[in-house]
Design a protein around this ligand. Structure first.
Ligand code: NAI
Length: 778
């Protein structure tokens, strides 16, 4: 045994192991686990082992959930949901408060159990995960109380299926269960196969607080159990995990009308500017990429450092890295614990191997016996190196340099992901500029991996969609206000005619053109189809591509700001009014009146759909900003062509998006004439682009386009499955806009603006804080 005198010599940390007796006793006492369905544990079925990855010790036998288990759990949740939703907000809040209190009471037990099952250092489980679990439950107890006043016209969704990963098992459970319950939903949750134990302990807490049976159901198992949950009769799936599985779930749910939120992978930039506090930034790396062994979806795994300070930064980084202690997770002085499973360890090492084979140099990052890998980073790494593009999901960062802020932004955004980013600069101007330009759902300034229940979390692009936390997270667990449905006539099959040889002279007085990039264009194939009053271009895939390209060039529209956009929209209203009689002759007086009203309405909103500063941690300015999506694809309804088109296009552009719209298939000419109104209203070219033709086909091409960030479809729901599947390439959200009277009051409002934007959460710690205190592991 180490002598005190020796420790005085070496000043080494002595062993300081957290006691795991209570957790081990609980495991022995429980033996094998069944599922938690309808308020009780089922008898164990076919089981699998869950192990302590740091020792390989088998901790427990856990049941592999079958289709029948999932069906039973969904049935229990369905039956419980009516009663749960009927409770008052205060009553639901009391249960959530009770869950929070009981989690706090069992804080030590839960942290130890989490560390045993996952391999993360006890300091993280104890100081970050479990306190945040309680925080989420408390925060959402508050939302339960406020739901009926704050979200007045929103109803719960029903039963939510929730699938969570292994990196933050209990925390992800709380992120998913708390808002669902607060909103009045019931849940079936499937924990990850590597880490099911804290979810099962949470089930006991549900029993302890007397949560009504069936409100929370937990079914353990692997991906097959998850797939059964996706295929079941739930109203929403909330998934956190790999992009690959998320994409499959999006495809499976396409066209079903079920709600989906996806929180997927990331390859987040960690940008160190030349004026950064380098010591603090190095501490930030510890908190960002070496935290939880790098098994964090939002880890700042791509370190980008200003060339002028790169050498000093790297020296500091190496010194700090050498001092990190890799070892037993239960030891309170361990920094880096175990990788969750040998499968993940092998995966990490294989990506590192591919990176070094492609020319990168690995510093540190050596595998150790068991499930351990020392912290490290890849240097001299080219942008095309697999280590730069793959989510390593282990304690290995990449390190590269940049010369200018513009280059930093370009490199930061050179990824298909968009979950998070971390920016280090002592200049508020520089840091906020970068935070605004990084395409990610969360950006931390002079900090990393800060989380709070009040601060929405979620991604852009292939990191998924939907938010967890705060009011935005609540809305993702609520149904949108009901609209009075107004079914539309199915579009007729368009018959191609060649211009000049068509039915001109038989009452057809004109031919329309496509409109993109601010100019009228002939369709690529030259084909037209007959519509009331003339011929319309039969748009093709190529026309869609051209229109999207034009839309991507309209970026300055977003940068103009709400006030400038409002002026353009007021001008559209004015110019439409001036030509009201002409448009009314083509459509109807009611449609024109509605169109003008929409332009005024969204001009009003253009500079008022605000973000918020939310109360996350004291000493942190946390701002939630609605940002435009980018290019939005819109398939318009076939009826009420003018009012339908403008009711969808105007809110999208009011928020700074560019739009490629497919107008009413059977009657597009009123819309193709709008180009004159847009031109005389100073709408910049490329903001609105119009491709006429067969909606179902064009919509699929548009939804499949990678430059299109979001898609809205108003029309035959039968078209949605193909559109949804097409949209899974870059994981764009598809909004199935319920058909309605497009001249009526339900054709406008905030719901359109919400779909036109996604939130970015920016964290800015303030005050003279010690280095690293902004970050998670402090
Ligand atoms: P995964 O995506 O396979 O697992 C996450 C969850 O999804 C687990 O509960 C799993 O059982 C479930 N699942 C798996 N296949 C499913 C299916 N077909 N249908 C429904 N549910 C399914 O992730 P995995 O294999 O554990 O890790 C692979 C990689 O994914 C990691 O190395 C990392 O890159 C990424 N990942 C990202 C996470 C994040 O927080 N965004 C969390 C975990 C993994």
């Amino acid at each position: 045994m180490t002598q005190v005198s020796e420790i005085m010599q070496t000043m080494d940390y002595g062993p300081s192991t957290e006691d795991s007796t209570a957790a081990h006793n609980w495991l022995v006492c429980r033996g094998s686990f069944g599922h938690f369905i309808n308020g009780a544990f089922t008898a164990p079925g076919e089981t699998f082992e869950t192990r302590d990855p740091s020792t390989g010790e088998v901790l427990a036998q856990v049941s592999q959930g079958s289709d029948a288990d999932i069906a039973a759990a969904v049935k229990a949740a369905r039956e419980a949901q009516v009663g749960w939703a009927a409770l008052s907000g205060t009553e639901r809040a009391k249960y959530l408060y009770a869950l929070a209190r009981h989690v706090q009471k069992r804080e030590r037990f839960l942290s130890v159990l989490e560390t045993l099952d996952n391999g993360k250092p006890i300091r993280e489980a104890r100081d970050i995960d479990v306190p945040l679990v309680a925080r989420h439950l408390y925060h959402h107890a508050g939302w339960a109380e406020l739901r009926d006043t704050r979200f007045l016209s929103h109803a719960p969704l029903g039963v939510c299926g929730q699938i969570i990963p292994w990196n933050f098992p209990l925390l992800m459970l709380a992120w998913k269960i708390a808002p669902a319950l607060a909103a009045g939903n019931t849940v079936v949750l499937k924990p990850a196969e590597y880490t099911p134990l804290t979810a099962l302990a949470f089930a006991e807490i549900c029993q302890e607080v007397g949560l009504p049976a069936g409100v929370v159901n937990i079914v353990t198992g692997d991906g097959a159990t998850g797939a059964a949950l996706v295929a079941s009769d739930v109203d929403k799936i909330a998934f956190t995990g790999s992009t690959e599985v998320g994409r499959g779930i999006a495809a499976a749910l396409a066209g079903t009308g079920r709600k989906l939120t996806l929180e997927l992978g990331g390859k987040s930039p960690f940008v160190v500017m030349e004026d950064a506090d380098l010591d603090a930034a190095v501490e930030g790396v510890v908190d960002s990429i070496w935290f939880n062994q790098g098994q964090v979806c939002c880890a700042g795994s791509r370190i980008l450092v200003a060339e002028s300070v790169a050498e000093r930064f790297e020296t500091l980084l190496r010194v700090r890295m050498a001092r990190l202690r890799v070892g037993a997770p239960l030891d309170k002085s361990t920094d880096i614990g175990a990788i969750v499973d040998p499968v993940q360890k092998a995966r990490i090492l294989s990506i590192c191997r591919a990176a070094t084979e492609a020319g990168a140099e690995l510093v540190g990052g050596q595998p150790q016996e068991g499930c351990f890998i020392a912290p490290g980073y890849l240097r001299n790494i080219a942008p095309a190196n697999p280590g730069m593009s793959h989510e390593i999901f282990g304690p290995i960062a990449t390190l590269s340099t940049f010369r200018t802020a513009d280059e930093a932004v370009e490199l930061a955004n050179n990824t298909r992901y968009g979950l998070a980013g971390s920016v280090w600069s002592e200049s508020a101007t520089v840091a906020t500029d970068l935070a605004a330009r990084i395409k990610a759902g969360v950006v931390w300034i002079n900090g990393a991996n800060m989380f709070d229940a009040a601060a929405p979390f979620g991604g852009y692009r292939e990191s998924g969609y939907g938010r967890e936390g705060g009011a935005a997270g609540m809305l993702d667990y609520l149904a949108e206000p009901l609209v009075k449905a107004a079914p539309e006539a199915a579009p007729k099959s368009p018959v191609a005619v060649t211009e000049g040889t068509g039915p001109a002279g038989q009452g057809i007085d004109r031919t329309a053109k496509l409109y993109y990039g601010g100019a009228q264009k002939r369709p690529d194939a030259g084909a037209m189809y007959a519509v009331p009053g003339g011929l319309a271009p039969l748009g093709s895939r190529k026309d869609i591509r051209n229109a999207v390209e034009a839309a991507t060039k309209a970026g300055k529209w977003a940068a103009m700001g709400g006030h400038a956009r409002a002026q353009v929209l007021f001008y559209v209203a004015e110019n439409l009014s001036a030509r009201a009689a002409e448009f009314a002759a083509r459509t109807s007086g009611a449609e024109v009146e509605a169109a003008i009203a929409r332009a005024f309405h969204y001009a009003a909103w253009a500079d008022k759909f605000d973000g918020a500063t939310v109360q996350a941690k004291p000493g942190h300015l946390v701002t939630v900003i609605p940002e435009p999506m980018g290019v939005v694809g819109i398939a318009c309804p076939n009826s009420q062509p003018l009012a339908g088109f403008l009711s969808l296009v105007l809110p999208a552009i009011a928020m700074g998006n560019a739009v490629v719209a497919i107008p009413a298939q059977d009657d597009p000419l009123a819309v193709t004439d709008l180009y004159q109104v847009f031109d005389t209203s100073d709408l910049p070219g490329g903001v609105v682009n119009i491709v006429t033709g067969p909606r179902a086909d064009l919509a699929v091409h548009l939804a499949a386009h990678d430059e299109v960030a979001g898609f809205w479809h108003a029309g035959d729901p039968q078209e949605l499955a193909a559109i949804g599947r097409a949209g899974t390439g870059n994981l764009k959200p598809v909004w199935a806009v319920p058909s309605r009277d497009w001249t009526g009051p339900q054709a406008q409002g905030e719901v359109f603006l919400r779909h036109a934007t996604r939130t970015k959460t920016i964290w800015l710690p303030y005050g003279a804080l010690p280095a690293g205190s902004g970050s998670a592991a402090y």
